[in-house]
Design a protein around this ligand. Structure first.
Ligand code: UDP
Length: 195
């Protein structure tokens, strides 16, 4: 089947390649779309937090992050094709991006962490267009300036790492103003690749 239903959240039953294909397709399209990752912990939060639940419901594409989703799929009698988690997806996505003219903006995590990820990307994917990056600690007053920085960078793809559900809600609230075609909440991903 195409989806796994966890507490009413429809998780796509896709492979890593299919997920990347969809991200690339949306970047080539005319509409802006939100993608997200959901692990059992997120599903639990969404069960109690209806705002977050609504945001997940409205996401274009929900990916199941981690082995817990695979197990849940099995228990629900729906064998999931692949564990499409952010940590494995990120390097593959970078690999794909560097073969195209599509550019990337990284938003979130602490200053030293985001600088570390930016260096990691530049070192490992020299042909990737890293349009910009910024740490994830800013005030409400600074928010408009952050959005302008992202838009001025002309990035096609925006990864937001504020942790769930903050990042999903932030994307949903600001996507109308953002120009990037694709925005994805990636949780603690940057901490993993900051070196
Ligand atoms: N973070 C941020 N701004 C905030 C709160 C958190 O940039 O206002 C970052 C934090 O530095 C860390 C990430 O968001 O890099 C949260 O990672 P966590 O592992 O908690 O997220 P999860 O994977 O659990 O969603």
């Amino acid at each position: 089947r195409d989806y796994i239903n966890i507490f009413g959240i429809l998780i796509r039953n896709v492979t890593m390649d299919e997920a990347i294909e969809e991200i690339m397709d949306v970047m080539d399209g005319s509409e802006k779309k939100q993608f997200c990752f959901v692990n059992p912990d997120c599903a639990n939060i969404a069960y109690k937090n209806r705002d977050y639940f609504t945001v997940l419901k409205n996401c274009h594409y929900v990916l199941g992050d981690g082995i817990g989703i695979k197990i849940a799929g099995k228990l629900l009698g729906n064998e999931i094709k692949q564990n499409v988690n952010g940590t494995d997806l990120f390097p593959r996505l970078c690999e794909k991006l560097q073969k195209t003219s599509k550019s990337l903006f990284l938003l979130g995590a602490r200053e030293e962490v985001i600088q570390g990820v930016a260096s990691w990307v530049k070192e490992n994917y020299p042909n990737l267009t890293l349009a910009g990056y910024r740490n994830g600690y800013f005030t409400q007053q600074e928010q408009q300036q952050v959005i302008e920085q992202i838009n001025d960078s002309k990035a096609d793809l925006l990864l937001v790492a504020f942790g769930a559900p903050k990042q999903e809600k932030w994307i949903a609230q600001n996507q109308a103003q953002l120009h990037a075609k694709v925005a994805i909440g990636v949780g603690g991903l940057f901490d993993f690749y900051s070196g």
